[in-house]
Design a protein around this ligand. Structure first.
Ligand code: PMP
Length: 387
């Protein structure tokens, strides 16, 4: 098909062609790619739990007891006691009335937004929201009003311009490619003042932010002030699956209305068992996230000292902005040759001319390893004229 060939040639010419890097072993801070051991600096496995023995044992035990496949969607033949336990545990962890599991965070966002909004609704959406929020908004058929990234003046202006009683503000809690935290205190104040519902996707805050690691709502010291909270078990919690937490009635409503929940096979028992176990680890091992966030602060400061352009971040995500997609790819390749894996993030994932290395830290990275990364980045950055 010619249009496909033309498209592929075009993205190759523009440095936007994407390829897989296949891992031949478990994911930890070191991974094996084609028999090479490389230091991973780009994973969402923030607490380095993907290869944790406790989680692997939990999965094995669940497989022995329940088998492997779940056999059906949740409302037909795919609900196990484990699903019930996990939903209760997540609600408890997030300090909300109830929780509902989805197969991914992506499905949680599209399922929830489309269950709530239709063409009578107005959705106020941050310009840098995750693709799954954008897709959910589009699929819903609602009026979408995009406000400038974290810009409360712009949001306020737009709220005034679009009156109505069916309105929702939807935002990432932690922005996945920028690492900054949404100003939830101000967003919630505006929402309350104007009688608007709020929805926060805390995929990257869950397990990382807040005294108990429950995410950005705790980080801001809010309780039950966000109407709909989305999260994922696939990042700090080292498992798979998305979830929504909120009131009992919200959760019951989603069980009946969210199509990505209703029409998809339930998560397998092993996956659920891993999530149950990793929630305990997050609760009990606070030292992991303290170290993670301390390292992230230190590391981004050192990058700036070297002359790199780094966005301000209070999370484990450190965006090193390069600009051109080609240069970002070259920097990533040079680092890979030096045994360091950091993916180049390019359009359409990020806006044109803001291609970047999205560096993410893990709780287990040592200062020595991070210093080695800084030395390598300095060398490669100078070779490419970035610094
Ligand atoms: N929301 C945000 C902010 C994300 O970054 C991601 C993952 N990239 C998702 C949702 C989707 O989560 P999942 O990977 O579990 O589908």
């Amino acid at each position: 098909m010619r249009f496909i060939d033309e498209y592929l040639k075009d993205i190759k010419d523009r440095g936007l062609y994407r390829e897989f890097k296949f891992f031949s072993g478990p994911q930890s801070k070191y991974i094996s790619i084609r028999d090479r051991k490389v230091l991973l600096m780009a994973s969402n496995n923030y607490l380095d739990l993907c290869n944790d023995d406790r989680l692997k044992e939990a999965a094995e035990a669940a497989i022995r007891t329940y088998g492997v496949g779940s056999g059906g969607s949740r409302l037909t033949t795919g609900s196990y006691e484990l699903h019930d336990q996990l939903e209760k545990k997540i609600a408890d962890f997030k300090n909300t009335e109830a929780a509902i599991l989805f197969n991914t965070g992506y499905m949680a966002n599209i399922g929830t937004i489309t269950a709530i909004a239709d063409k009578e609704w107005t959705l106020f959406s941050d310009a840098l929201n995750h693709a799954s929020i954008i897709d959910g908004c589009r699929l819903s058929g609602a009026k979408i009003v995009v406000y400038k990234h974290c810009d409360m003046e712009d949001l306020q202006k737009k709220i005034k311009a679009y009156e109505g009683n069916k309105r929702l503000i939807v935002t990432d809690g932690v922005f996945s490619m920028d690492g900054d935290i949404a100003p939830l205190d101000k967003i919630i104040a505006l929402a309350k003042e104007n009688n608007i519902l709020t929805m926060v996707d805390d995929a990257h805050g869950t397990g990382v932010l807040g005294d108990n690691g429950t995410g950005c709502v705790e980080y801001f010291n809010f309780k039950e002030q966000v109407d709909i909270q989305v999260g994922t078990l696939s990042k700090a919690l080292a498992s798979e699956g998305g979830f929504v937490v909120g009131s009992k009635s919200l959760v019951t409503y989603l069980r009946h209305k969210a199509r990505s929940f209703i029409y998809s096979t339930a998560l397998s028992p092993a996956t659920i068992a891993v999530s149950l176990c990793s929630l305990d680890i997050v609760k009990n091992e606070k030292n992991k996230r303290i170290r993670l966030l301390e390292n992230a602060q230190w590391f981004q400061g050192e990058l700036r000292k070297l002359g790199f352009r780094v966005l301000e971040s209070n999370t484990a995500i450190i965006p090193l902005i390069i600009g051109s997609a080609e240069k970002a790819t070259k920097l990533s390749e040079k680092l890979f040759k030096k045994g360091i894996f950091i993916t180049a993030i390019r359009p359409p994932t990020v806006p044109e001319d803001t291609s970047r290395l999205r560096i993410t830290l893990m709780a287990t990275h040592s200062r020595e390893e991070l210093k080695h990364v800084l030395d390598s980045l300095k060398e490669a950055g100078m070779e490419l004229g970035i610094i």
